[in-house]
Design a protein around this ligand. Structure first.
Ligand SMILES: [Cu+2]
Length: 396
């Protein structure tokens, strides 16, 4: 299922980034034309689902960037207990906040409140920028791997830190490799590099096992960092959860490169926020059905299972489709490649204008009339990466 979904959500990353916007859009449209228009299911895994821990291992950042306008909060908490008689519990949280920006970039910060990167500096900040330089595609013209460039500043170590992560999915199995560089590693006054490798193996649509190891070549005085855990997608929500063990105290680039002489147990919880869902103007909210709804040729509901039902409708040109949000969640009907995460998820016939319902609260209704025949592919913006994609076939 994951594999099929991946081939349906192809994107020509490198190509599109290197071309003009209109050429990039043409390329994406061409790609989507050749893709299977039916997605395989509600929890289809998007390779770059920003929040998904199923796409990475506990200590590796993976290849995600946040969708434009979406704020990601990742809460990682690790703890260890000291020996008898004190048995004191030591807590090591690392918070991550990142805002998605256009062109597959994100700006954010990691903050570890009990850092061991530099003695005497428990507060470790790592402001960073991330850029998806390439996206794996099943098309022969696409990139063979996902590539993510991460550049940051480790305030505790006073070090410019960088990482390049490459990842590829084989079937559902995700293989990750990363190379890191630190200008002032652990504030010791010298530059160091680190390498890391990880694996995430899906057992189920909602469950994967994952692990990784990282080492600093040439640094005989440091232990490799490792992690192993179970990664869970929380059904019918945008959240994922990791339950794991590791010997790394924080998950900044430096923190995740060096092990300490202890096993820490922990979890990570990922929370995407869509601020415009809460602060957007009311004017953007979809209106109710117009009075002349007499020629509505098809009804589509938007469900709690993050699906358009039915996902494909066939109508005659000139007639309309009516979408009704029957769920407790907000959804959208969006056929505008500039408003979605992956342009390839939207398809419009030549001459057809993009359309977008705006946010549809529970119970909202949206009607769109189709005046140009052809195949329309549209998404729900908040749930695009969960596979909420629909198709309207408009016959001449
Ligand atoms: Cu939705």
């Amino acid at each position: 299922m994951m594999h099929a979904a991946k081939s349906a959500t192809v994107f020509v990353g490198m190509l599109a980034l290197s071309m003009s916007p209109s050429a990039a859009r043409d390329a994406r449209t061409a790609t989507s034309n050749s893709a299977d228009v039916r997605t395989s299911g509600m929890f289809a895994t998007a390779p770059l689902a920003a929040q998904s821990l199923l796409e990475r291992s506990p200590n590796l950042g993976g290849t995600w960037t946040a969708e434009p306008g979406v704020l990601h909060f990742h809460f990682l908490h690790r703890f260890q207990a000291t020996g008898a008689p004190a048995r004191k519990v030591l807590n090591s949280p690392t918070f991550l906040l990142a805002l998605g920006l256009p062109h597959r970039t994100s700006l954010g910060v990691r903050y570890a409140t009990n850092s061991l990167v530099r003695t005497g500096f428990p507060n470790e900040w790592e402001p960073f920028a991330r850029w998806q330089a390439a996206v794996q595609s099943s098309e022969s013209s696409g990139a063979p791997v996902d590539v993510l460039v991460h550049a940051g500043w480790n305030q505790a170590a006073a070090s410019i830190d960088g990482e390049v992560t490459m990842a590829r999915s084989f079937g559902g199995v995700r293989v990750l490799g990363a190379v890191r560089a630190f200008s002032n590693a652990w504030h010791a006054g010298s530059a160091r590099g680190a390498i890391a490798a990880g694996l995430a193996i899906p057992l189920h649509e909602w469950v994967a096992v994952a692990g990784d190891i990282a080492t600093v070549p040439g640094a005989g005085d440091t232990d490799p960092a490792w992690s192993a855990g179970i990664q869970l997608r929380i059904p019918y929500s945008p959240h994922t959860l990791s339950l794991h063990a590791s010997n790394a105290n924080s998950t900044t680039l430096q923190g995740a490169s060096r092990g300490i002489n202890a096993v820490l147990w922990g979890f990570e919880f990922t929370v995407p926020f869509t601020p415009r869902r809460y602060f957007g103007s009311r004017g953007e909210t979809a209106a109710t059905a117009p009075a002349d709804a007499g020629d509505i040729a098809a009804d589509v509901t938007m469900t709690d299972r993050l699906l358009f039902a039915p996902d494909t409708v066939v109508i005659r040109v000139g007639s309309a489709v009516r979408w009704t949000n029957t769920s407790v969640l907000p959804h959208t009907v969006t056929a505008d490649p500039d408003k979605v995460v992956r342009g390839a998820n939207v398809q419009l016939p030549a001459g057809a204008d993009p359309f977008d319902s705006g946010n549809m609260d529970p119970g909202a209704v949206y009607v769109h009339r189709f005046t140009v025949p052809g195949t329309y592919r549209y998404v729900c913006v908040p749930h695009e990466l969960a596979g909420m994609i629909g198709v309207v076939l408009v016959q001449p």
